[in-house]
Structure formats: structure tokens, C-alpha cells
Design a protein around this ligand. Structure first.
Ligand SMILES: Nc1nc2c(ncn2[C@@H]2O[C@H](COP(=O)(O)OP(=O)(O)OP(=O)(O)O)[C@@H](O)[C@H]2O)c(=O)[nH]1
Ligand SMILES: [Mg+2]
Ligand SMILES: [Zn+2]
Length: 306
């Protein structure tokens, strides 16, 4: 009899699976590769459902409802960090490493790309927020993204956060060193995930978590997926002419641009650029948009013109 289970984590073709009765067992793939032609590299991610046969081997993957991907430059392919999730917890912090709202902008893009809800969590809030941080997180709220300031160390904001995570599958995403694994350890004290420090010289994390891994939460319907921090999020899987659709604040202006297919990059009579000049679109978000546009346009040229 076939049996359905969820992947918690996997390495070197050994996967840890959780079954509907809560039992956890290891399994291997039946045959060397799973027949999935579009994703040769990591066809199974934490959160994926699979079928297991009588011998305990994985026979195939069930269809995904969604997946959080990033572009892996080295492998020139999409890398899935988590599958079938209810929401992405995008974590930033206010110090060590410094607040990097542009990283959050990119992570929001990756989530929206597959229609996944996101929430922004700002960690290491142990004193008053600087006006710059306040302003930028205020803008995220205005755009409709929930923002929760927390401190894993002092416990500030953690009750509110726990409510948002309750009975959902949440992937934790953010730069190395912001405190994703620290949060996990606080929510699930028995887990003991490895925590790294932050280099004093470079103010960066040390990439302590190297593998995405799903953890069953405090009740049977809550799951947390801890993912490895990345220095930069490459979003070059997005088409340049689609990028503007992932910026919700462009929505009300975009149809009034003079040129159809306007990329809002200094084209004549661009209503989006005008809105930015009038202070209706946050300067930093518009700058973020232009940088990403330049980057993905360039990446495409490099990929196709040779
Ligand atoms: N001040 C302060 N430091 C924190 C807090 N939470 C975590 N840290 C510290 O931040 C550093 C990095 O924490 P990790 O949990 O390993 O960070 P991570 O996001 O999992 O990093 P990667 O696994 O490399 O992606 C550690 O030194 C933690 O002690 C907090 O609330 N306040
Ligand atoms: Mg970690
Ligand atoms: Zn425009």
C-alpha cells in the first residue's frame, strides 16, 4: 500500500519523512533519480509530499501548491528552499548585520512570484528604532505586508509572532546572521539548531545553516522551515518587463504610463516615475526596483547573447 509523507530534510539521497500519524522515518529514492524533467538538481525540498512504497522507498513527488525559490548562479537553475508553505517569514535585523531593506524587497519578490504570503520580521530590536528603520518598515506596512519587530534575546514581540505562526507552515528566510535559527531554537527549545556568530570585521553572518530543514512545531499543524542565509538574493528568473507587477505601489499608476510595456526606467511620461518624484512611491523602493531591473536585464543579455 502506498503511503503519503512529508519531507523534513534530505542529504545525499537520504530523506527524513514525517507520516500523518506523526512518526518520523528515513527513506531513499526508488531508483537514482525522480522522474521530474524540469528540476534536475533538488527535486525534493522540505515541505514536499511524497509517496512511499511498501519497501519504504520514495516513488514520487505529489504536485506542489507553491515553492519558494532562488536563482542559483553557480548551477544556473532554480533552487527550491521550501515547498507547500503558507507563508514566508522574511527576517531582517537592525544591527550585526546592519538593516538591509533591499534584501527584504527581493525576498518579497521571490514570495510573490509564487503567490505566497509574506511577513516581515525585524530581529535584534533591543532599543529604540532609528528613524530610517522606522520609515522603511512603515512603508512595508503601508504596502500591506505585516511587520513584527522582535528580539529573540529579550523575548520582545515573540508572543505576537507565535500567534501568526500558529497552525501554518512557515519558511524562515533572511541574510546570514539575522537570527533565523536562534528564533527556531526559542520556539522549539528541544531542537538545538546550530547558531553562528557574526564576524566583527565584515558584519556578516557565517552561513551556519547549510541545509533547509523542516521542523514539526508545538502542535501537529504547525511547521517551521529554517533555510540557509544567503548574502544576496538573485531574482533573475523574473522577466524584466514583469518586474513592475511585483511592486504593489506601482499598481495604481502603471496603466497611466504613456508607453505600453513601460519599464518605468526614465521612459517619457512615465507615471510611475512621476509618482516617485511626487513622493507617492518610496524613494528607496523605486531605487531598489531600478537596480533589480538593471541586474536582471544584464543577466539575461549574458545568458542569451553568447
Ligand atoms: N542582539 C541579538 N543578537 C541575536 C538575536 N538573535 C540572534 N542573535 C545573534 O545573531 C547571531 C546569528 O544567529 P543565527 O541564529 O545563527 O543566524 P541565522 O540567521 O540562522 O544565520 P545563518 O544560519 O548563517 O543563515 C548569533 O550570534 C545570535 O546569538 C537577538 O535577538 N538579539
Ligand atoms: Mg541558521
Ligand atoms: Zn512607466
Amino acid at each position: 500500500m502506498d503511503n503519503k509523507a512529508m519531507i523534513l530534510w534530505g542529504a545525499n539521497n537520504i530523506f527524513s519523512l514525517i507520516f500523518s500519524d506523526g512518526s518520523i522515518r528515513e527513506a531513499r529514492l526508488k531508483g537514482k533519480v525522480l522522474a521530474l524533467d524540469d528540476e534536475p538538481h533538488n527535486p525534493l525540498s522540505p515541505g514536499d509530499y511524497v509517496q512511499v512504497d511498501e519497501s519504504g522507498q520514495i516513488t514520487h513527488r505529489c504536485p506542489r501548491t507553491n515553492a519558494f525559490h532562488r536563482w542559483n548562479k553557480k548551477r544556473m537553475g532554480m533552487q527550491t528552499l521550501a515547498a507547500n508553505i503558507d507563508q514566508v517569514l522574511i527576517m531582517g535585523c537592525v544591527q550585526s548585520p546592519p538593516f538591509r531593506p533591499r534584501f527584504i524587497d527581493r525576498a518579497l519578490l521571490c514570495a510573490q512570484y509564487d503567490d505566497i504570503q509574506s511577513l516581515v520580521v525585524i530581529n535584534k530590536v533591543e532599543g529604540p528604532l532609528s528613524p530610517q528603520v522606522q520609515e522603511r518598515i512603515g512603508d512595508f506596512s503601508r504596502l500591506g505586508y505585516p511587520v513584527i519587530p522582535i528580539s529573540v534575546h529579550t523575548g520582545y514581540g515573540l508572543d505576537e509572532l507565535a500567534r501568526v505562526l500558529h497552525q501554518k507552515t512557515t519558511a524562515f528566510v533572511g541574510q546570514s546572521g539575522v537570527g533565523k535559527s536562534s528564533l527556531l531554537n526559542t520556539l522549539l527549545p528541544d531542537v538545538g539548531a546550530k547558531i553562528g556568530d557574526v564576524s566583527e570585521k565584515y558584519q556578516r553572518g557565517r552561513h551556519t545553516t547549510t541545509l533547509s530543514r523542516c521542523y514539526p512545531g508545538p502542535d501537529s499543524r504547525t511547521y517551521f522551515i529554517d533555510t540557509p542565509g544567503v548574502r544576496e538574493l538573485d531574482v533573475s528568473f523574473i522577466e524584466p518587463d514583469q518586474l513592475g507587477f511585483y511592486f504593489p505601489e506601482f499598481e495604481e499608476f502603471r496603466s497611466e504610463c504613456a508607453i505600453s510595456g513601460c519599464t518605468h526606467n526614465h521612459e517619457p511620461h512615465c507615471r510611475v516615475e512621476q509618482a516617485f518624484e511626487d513622493g507617492l512611491i518610496h524613494e528607496d523602493r523605486y531605487e531598489s526596483y531600478l537596480r533589480i531591473l538593471e541586474e536582471i536585464t544584464y543577466a539575461r543579455k549574458g545568458r542569451y547573447s553568447r
